[in-house]
Design a protein around this ligand. Structure first.
Ligand SMILES: NC(=O)c1ccc[n+]([C@@H]2O[C@H](COP(=O)([O-])OP(=O)(O)OC[C@H]3O[C@@H](n4cnc5c(N)ncnc54)[C@H](O)[C@@H]3O)[C@@H](O)[C@H]2O)c1
Length: 344
C-alpha cells in the first residue's frame, strides 16, 4: 500500500471547543482514524469517547500515547500545556504533531519545542486555519497577482487580546508578504488585567516589523486596537491586508474582503466570514497530503508558526527593553512574566 492510500491513526488530547472541531473533521476524513482520546476532564472524555466510538481513552497523554503509538498526535489544550505534550508526542515516535496556537508561551519554550521536533524529524502543524477562508485567499490572490503594485506595508489588527489573536495576525501578514524574514521589531504594550487570563497577555500590544524585503508590518491586538465596525461578532473584528504602490487589499475576518487595484476603478469587494466548518476540512486533509509526500509541506507548518511566534515575542521584549529587537531570537527572560513586571 502506498502512503497515498493508507489511513493515518490519530490521538487527540484536549476535547473542548477546538478538540471537538478537530475530532469532527478527523473522523469525517477517510484518510484518518481516531484511535485514542485524552482529556484531564473525565466527563468530557467519556462523552467524546462515546461520540467518536473510541475505546482507548485516558486522562494522561503519556499513557494513551504509550498504549497506541499513533501516526498523528493532535492536541488542543489551553496555551500553558505545550512543551510537555510535544515531548510526549516525540517520545511516542509520532510522525506529525498538530496543535493549537499559540505554539508556546515564551521564546525559551518555543526553542525547546523546535529542538525536539527538528532533532527527531517530527513534522508539526499549528492551527492558523483562517487562511482557508475564501476571503483570506482572495486577498492573497490579489496581492500575489501584482494588482496593488509593489507591496510596502502589511498590517493586521484584532480586538481580541494578544495570546488569543496575535499569532493569527502575524501568520497572515507573513503570508501576504511572501513569508519574508523579519529583521527587527519595535513594540509597546499597555494594561495588565489580561495577565490573569488563561491566554495571559497585556491588555493592548502594538508592534512595527521590518521585513528583509523592505516591507513594513504593523500589528495591534487587544483593548485599543482599531474597531472593525463592519463586523458585529467581537472575536472576528480583525483586519489583515497589504498596501502597495497602486492600491490595497484586505480581509475582515467576519466581513469579507475589499480592495482597490490599479485597474479596479474604485473599491471592489466580496463576501466571506471565518467558519470552522469550512476551514477545518482542508487544514486536516493537508496533514494527510504532507504525510503522503514530504514535498507537499503543510501551509500551517510549525516552522512558519515559529517565525511568527518569534515576531510576537520580540515585540514583547521590545516593550520591556525598549528599542529594536533583532531576529531571530535566542533564549532570554520569559517574555510574559517580564512584560507583566515591566508594565506600570
Ligand atoms: N485556531 C483557532 O481558530 C482557535 C480558536 C479558538 C481557540 N484556539 C486555541 O485552542 C486552544 C484550546 O482552546 P479551546 O477553546 O478548545 O479550550 P477549551 O477550554 O474548550 O478546551 C481545552 C480542553 O483541554 C483539556 N486539557 C487541559 N489540559 C490538558 C492536558 N494536559 N491534557 C489533556 N487535556 C487537557 C481541558 O480539560 C479542556 O477540555 C487554545 O490554545 C486556544 O488559543 C484556537
Amino acid at each position: 500500500m502506498t502512503d497515498s492510500q493508507r489511513t493515518y491513526s490519530v490521538v487527540i488530547a484536549g476535547l473542548g471547543k477546538r478538540g471537538t472541531h478537530h475530532a469532527d473533521v478527523f473522523s469525517a476524513n477517510p484518510r484518518f482514524e481516531i484511535v485514542g482520546l485524552c482529556d484531564v476532564d473525565q466527563e468530557r472524555l467519556d462523552a467524546a469517547a462515546a461520540k467518536y466510538g473510541v475505546s482507548t481513552a485516558g486522562t494522561r497523554v503519556t499513557q494513551v500515547l504509550a498504549d497506541i503509538s499513533p501516526d498523528v498526535f493532535c492536541f488542543c489544550t489551553p496555551p500553558f500545556a505545550r512543551l510537555d505534550l510535544i515531548r510526549s508526542g516525540v517520545e511516542a515516535n509520532v510522525q506529525l504533531i498538530a496543535y493549537e496556537k499559540p505554539m508556546a508561551t515564551s521564546t525559551n519554550e518555543a526553542l525547546e519545542i523546535m529542538r525536539l521536533l527538528r532533532d527527531t524529524g517530527t513534522k508539526s502543524v499549528v492551527s492558523h486555519q483562517h487562511r482557508y477562508g475564501k476571503h483570506y485567499q482572495k486577498v492573497k490572490e490579489i496581492i500575489a497577482s501584482g494588482a496593488i503594485g509593489r507591496v510596502h506595508t502589511v498590517y493586521g489588527h484584532a480586538t481580541g487580546w494578544m495570546m488569543h489573536m496575535i499569532t493569527h495576525m502575524v501568520e497572515y501578514m507573513r503570508w501576504y508578504n511572501d513569508e519574508a524574514e523579519a529583521e527587527w521589531v519595535v513594540g509597546q504594550a499597555a494594561g495588565k488585567e489580561k495577565f490573569a487570563d488563561l491566554h495571559a497577555s497585556p491588555d493592548y500590544i502594538a508592534g512595527l516589523i521590518q521585513f528583509e524585503n523592505g516591507v513594513r508590518g504593523i500589528v495591534e491586538c487587544g483593548d485599543g486596537a482599531p474597531d472593525v465596525p463592519e463586523v458585529d461578532y467581537w472575536w472576528r473584528k480583525c483586519r489583515v491586508g497589504a498596501q502597495g504602490t497602486e492600491g490595497f487589499a484586505e480581509v475582515l475576518t467576519g466581513g469579507g474582503w475589499r480592495a482597490i487595484t490599479a485597474t479596479s476603478n474604485g473599491v471592489i469587494s466580496g463576501p466571506g466570514c471565518m467558519d470552522y466548518a469550512h476551514d477545518m476540512p482542508p487544514y486536516i486533509q493537508q496533514i494527510a497530503d504532507w504525510l503522503d509526500d514530504p514535498e507537499i509541506v503543510h501551509p500551517c507548518n510549525g516552522e512558519s508558526a515559529f517565525k511568527g511566534f518569534q515576531i510576537t515575542m520580540a515585540i514583547c521584549r521590545s516593550a520591556v527593553q525598549r528599542g529594536k529587537i533583532t531576529l531571530p531570537l535566542g533564549p532570554g527572560e520569559p517574555e510574559l512574566e517580564a512584560l507583566e513586571n515591566a508594565l506600570p
